[in-house]
Design a protein around this ligand. Structure first.
Ligand code: FMN
Length: 321
């Protein structure tokens, strides 16, 4: 089976719900994002469904409402996530509850997002409707933009994580062995570190050993990041030829610096074929970075021949995710 595909259906009128739906769809890809009216029966084959609606006059979009009513049978067999976009969170929560009840099946996640309303874009009926909304909720009758794309990205990442734990995985021991063999058969990785709004991708030689990746470095910007934010990401990949041979791994992990007086420091030097006396005689310090691996996302065409999905996720034991 291929990776779980996500269908994102929305009922946006002025675009804010569509922006959120589209962002969620991109994070969860392979996916398709469309309006409820654009739905086609073949999209029922998608394995995960996300439904998003704006709230107008206290109600979810009729298009989403009808979509659920008409699709209850096939939707009830799938994991579904719900979100709504609104200016009054109580309205949002109430509607999520109602939609969840209408669905009847399994709702794996739901979220209320703050929306956006630009008075100058509203048609006449909505302009009046907005006046009513302002009076009812006691909010000023003016344009507002409370869109929070960070909250959207967080929700999308939560969903992605949930999806990945649901994808049919292969035997954990076999997967770990294959990941370790892949890491052992390569030498150079891209280490990505960052803090605040700075990021840095560093091509660097590495050694893999027992759940950790080690790198030697004289110094540089990555250390500023690692000291302030130990969360790093590592990519190792084969040269792309075609999809039939594709291979690559994306890792999340925690970085720390191994001090020269630690036994591990000497062991890493030895593994690199560097004599401790030679290193000690250098005028500069050679720093050792250790990244404890937490999660590996492995895309490996050769898994297909074993009858497994080519995309697998492995969580290293002991990692706090
Ligand atoms: C006519 C009108 C009525 C609205 N009524 C509500 C409401 O009852 N409750 C609420 O939380 N938000 C209400 N809103 C705010 C919308 O939910 C918000 O602007 C949302 O972001 C719109 O989504 P869209 O851009 O995808 O159409 C209303 C907006 C308009 C224009």
């Amino acid at each position: 089976m291929l990776m779980m595909r996500t269908l994102v259906i929305h009922g946006s009128k002025y675009g804010s719900t569509e922006e959120i739906a589209s962002a969620i769809s991109m994070v969860l890809g392979p996916s398709r994002c469309c309006r409820a009216e654009e739905f086609r029966p073949e999209l029922r084959e998608f394995e995960l469904v996300v439904l998003g609606t704006p709230i107008y006059k206290g109600m979810a979009s009729p298009a989403i409402w009808n979509f659920i009513r008409e699709g209850r049978d096939w939707l009830s067999d799938k994991p579904v996530a719900l979100f709504c976009t609104c200016l009054n969170r109580d309205d949002g929560k109430r509607n999520i509850d109602q939609l969840q009840e209408l669905l009847g099946g399994e709702v794996i996640a739901s979220r209320v997002f703050d929306g956006r309303m630009q008075l100058e874009r509203l048609d006449e009926a909505d302009f009046l409707g907005m006046e009513v909304f302002s009076k009812r909720t006691g909010t000023p009758f003016e344009s507002v933009d409370h869109m929070d794309m960070e909250a959207v990205a967080e929700f999308a990442l939560e969903l992605k994580r949930e999806r990945d734990t649901r994808s049919p995985g292969m035997d954990r021991g076999d997967l770990r062995r294959l990941i370790e063999a892949f890491l052992a058969s390569h030498k150079i990785c891209t280490l990505t570190s960052g803090h605040g709004n700075r990021v840095r991708a560093t091509p660097i030689e590495y050694n893999y050993r027992d759940g950790s990746i080690y790198m030697l470095s004289e110094g540089g910007e990555k250390f500023a990041h690692i000291l302030l934010n130990p969360n790093v990401s590592i990519a190792v990949y084969d040269e792309y030829v075609n999809m039939a041979t594709i291979g690559g791994i994306q890792i999340s992990g925690t970085a720390s610096i191994v001090a020269p007086d630690e036994e591990e420091y000497q062991e890493i030097l030895k593994a690199r074929g560097l004599r401790p006396e030679r290193i000690a005689s250098l005028s500069i310090t050679l720093n050792v970075i250790r990244v404890r691996l937490e999660r590996a996302e492995f895309l490996y065409a050769k898994l297909k021949a074993r009858g497994d999905q080519i995309s697998q996720v492995y969580d290293f034991p002991g990692a706090e995710l």
